[in-house]
Each structure stands twice: as C-alpha cells, then as structure tokens.
Design a protein around this ligand. Structure first.
Ligand code: TXA
Ligand code: MG
Length: 351
C-alpha cells in the first residue's frame, strides 16, 4: 500500500502551490490521478518508461494496452511525433482542448511502455484547468488512462476515485465531477478515410462536419466479429460492475413491461434488481433501485459510469438498462453500456 497524497482542488480557483507539489510527483517519476472533462486520469511522465510502467501496475492493466498521452499546448506535440497530417490539424484546431484523441506515428523519444509496444502514439489535449495546469507545471506530457482498476467502470466523480485508488498511486487531485463523463473519442486520421477506434465524448457527426465521412472500426460493434479491434484496449472486458448488466433493446412503456416482470420474478428468488432508464421513462418502472440517466444523451454520458458504480454500492445483483438511440453522444453511452453488459441483450418480443 502506498501513502497517497489526496487533496481537493477547485478547478475555478486553482491553488498553484498545491498543484506544483503534484507536478513534482510527476517529474520525480510518480503517479497522480487528476480530473479531466471526460473521466479522471491516472497520470505519469509519458516519456519515462519506468513511470509509465507504474500506471499499468496501479491499474492492473495488461501491458499491451496503450496509454493516451496528454499535452497542454500544441508545441508539446513535437516531443511525440513529427508527422501531423492536414486532417489532424483541422481536428486539433477545431476541437482541442477537448474530448478527442488522435493517433500519430511516434518519435523514438516515446517509450514503448507508453504505447503498449506500438509504433503509434495516441495524443489529446484535455479541456480541464487542473489537467492542463498539472501538465504545464510538470513540464512533460502526461500518459493517463482512465483512473479505474482495469475492467471496472471509469470514475467520473471524486468520491469514486478515492474509494478505488487510495493506496495505489502517489497522489490524487479531487476536482469535482467530470462534465463530459465518457472517455474521449479515439480517431485515426492517417488514412484516406478517418476511422473511429473508440466512440467517445466527441460525436462522429461533429467530426464528420470537419473532416468528411468517417468510419467506425467494425470490430468494436459486437462481442466477436472475428477481427481484432484497432484500439487494443477495446478487446478487453470493460466497465463491469459486480452486478450482472442486461441491455434491453428498447425503451419506454414496452420495455418497462418486460423489465418490471423480470424484476418481480427475481425478487421472489431474493435477487435484487436495479433499473437504468431515462428520466422521461422513470415513471414506468417499478424496481427497488432505479437510477436515471437524465433527459438527453449528454446527461446520460455524464451519469452512466457513476450509475454503474452506484449499483454495486447499493448491493444490486442484476441491472436492466434501457437503450439509447446511437446518435451523437448516445453512441458512446451505448458502447459503454453494452460492454458493461458483456454484450448481453434482452429482446422485446411482440405479444
Ligand atoms: O478521455 C480519455 O481518453 C481518458 C482521459 C483520462 O483522458 N483516458 C482514457 O484512456 O480513456 P484509456 O487508457 O482508458 O483508453 C485509451 C484507449 C484504449 O482503448 C487504447 O487501446 C486506445 O485508446 N489507444 C491508445 N493508444 C493507441 C494507439 N497508439 N493505437 C490505437 N489505440 C490506442
Ligand atoms: Mg479506460
């Protein structure tokens, strides 16, 4: 067990001396958890092989799953790559700082420990004053995956980070709730047609408005298409709470009829059920634990991970979740939900 230095910090009024202390930990090769607009990240010096290895250990993460490198200004990109294409420039100009990560061929200075052995490096500039400040004060790009133990839901609330990671890292900065709530969209813009490797906080529609048609890696759509996903991390079990999650194909009164019956049958066997639904549809459901995604896909993105974590805290055994339309941020939310369910669906049969 490490002694973890934990501090609260107001993103609107940053205590610069305190931030410098955490930057010192990064410079000395240590690990610091910090808030970003997407999810909390578990950071270390991206250019230091041993520091990067500490990230994998703290998360229990397989070492072939590459890390995202976070920068605070465009000039830092020069430390990581020397080939930035025209489409990448357009996306960076339009959406950075923000929830989109770009794939570049890596320079020798980036250790393979950071890139999971790949010759490419994933880079993003986060839109969060604490994240940007930490990178600036430490003077190095920071490699940071989501700050969860590998396979668990990503933390988007300060309290969830501290519960999971106290004792596993050198420092934790608690900076409130993450505004986006799902991880960044990972996109490879090097080919003729851009490919989304992971749907996330920036929608494919928004990207298409800037770079034209984009494709989504077909390997991430279902449990087994036979193809290896282009983002190595997408092949692992993900976002799984202890509760068993089922995604119901549908929403509203029709889905509620099916779910309510399942909840009732389970209750007779002593199985505690939870329901995840939109706030509009909440009135249809009858379950001991009912957690609302909110009114639109942006609300759902902000809430999904904390809901999954909360289900475990409430001792729920089985979770039934409504589906969202896979448009805008709905695509990222459904990707996280379906993965948390291990691709278990319940189809609604017409009576
Ligand atoms: O929003 C985010 O992206 C958060 C915050 C902390 O910035 N970070 C995050 O990192 O989600 P992580 O490590 O949990 O997810 C990184 C994803 C994985 O699916 C990984 O396989 C993919 O990005 N990735 C990283 N480097 C890659 C590369 N060189 N080529 C292809 N995929 C890559
Ligand atoms: Mg992750």
């Amino acid at each position: 067990m490490k002694k973890t230095l934990i501090s609260k910090m107001d993103p609107e009024n940053i205590d610069i001396e305190l931030l410098k202390k955490y930057a010192g930990i990064i410079r000395d090769g240590g690990t610091v958890i910090f808030p970003t607009e997407t999810v909390y990240g578990l950071g270390a010096n991206a250019l230091d092989e041993q520091a990067a290895e500490k990230i994998y250990r703290a998360k229990g993460r397989p070492s072939d799953n590459p890390l995202i490198v976070h920068i605070c200004d465009i000039a830092q990109l020069d430390m990581l790559t020397d080939s930035v294409g025209e489409k990448a420039r357009l996306v960076m100009e339009r959406f950075w700082p923000g929830p989109v990560t770009l794939i570049f061929s890596k320079k020798k200075t980036v250790p393979y420990a950071t890139t999971g052995g790949l010759d490419t490096v994933a880079v993003r500039m986060p839109a969060h004053p604490i994240a940007l400040g930490l990178i600036r004060e430490s003077g190095v790009p920071i490699a940071a995956p989501s700050a969860n133990i590998s396979g668990r839901p990503s933390p988007t609330r300060g309290e969830h980070v501290a519960e999971q990671m106290d004792g596993r890292v050198d420092g934790i900065i608690l900076g409130g709730d993450c505004k986006v709530g799902v991880e960044s969209t990972v996109i490879d813009l090097r080919g003729d047609v851009p490919v989304i490797l992971r749907p996330g906080g920036l929608s494919s529609e928004e990207l298409e408005a800037v770079v034209g048609r984009v494709e989504t890696d077909p390997a991430i759509k279902s449990a087994d298409t036979g193809a290896a996903p282009l983002a190595p991390g997408m092949k692992y079990t993900h976002y799984s709470p202890d509760a068993q999650v089922y995604v119901v194909k549908g929403s509203g009164e029709e889905a509620a009829r099916i779910i309510n019956r399942l909840v009732e049958d389970n209750a007779k066997k002593g199985i505690v059920c939870g329901v995840i639904c939109t706030s509009q549809n909440s009135k249809y459901y009858d379950a001991p634990v009912k957690l609302e995604l909110g009114y639109d896909s942006a609300d759902a993105a902000r809430n999904i991970f904390s809901i999954l974590i909360e289900m475990d805290k409430r001792g729920v055994h089985v979770v039934y979740s409504e589906s969202l339309e896979e448009k805008g941020l709905g695509a990222a939310v459904m990707n996280r939900l379906v993965k948390s369910a291990g691709y278990r669906f319940i189809e609604i049969q017409e009576d």
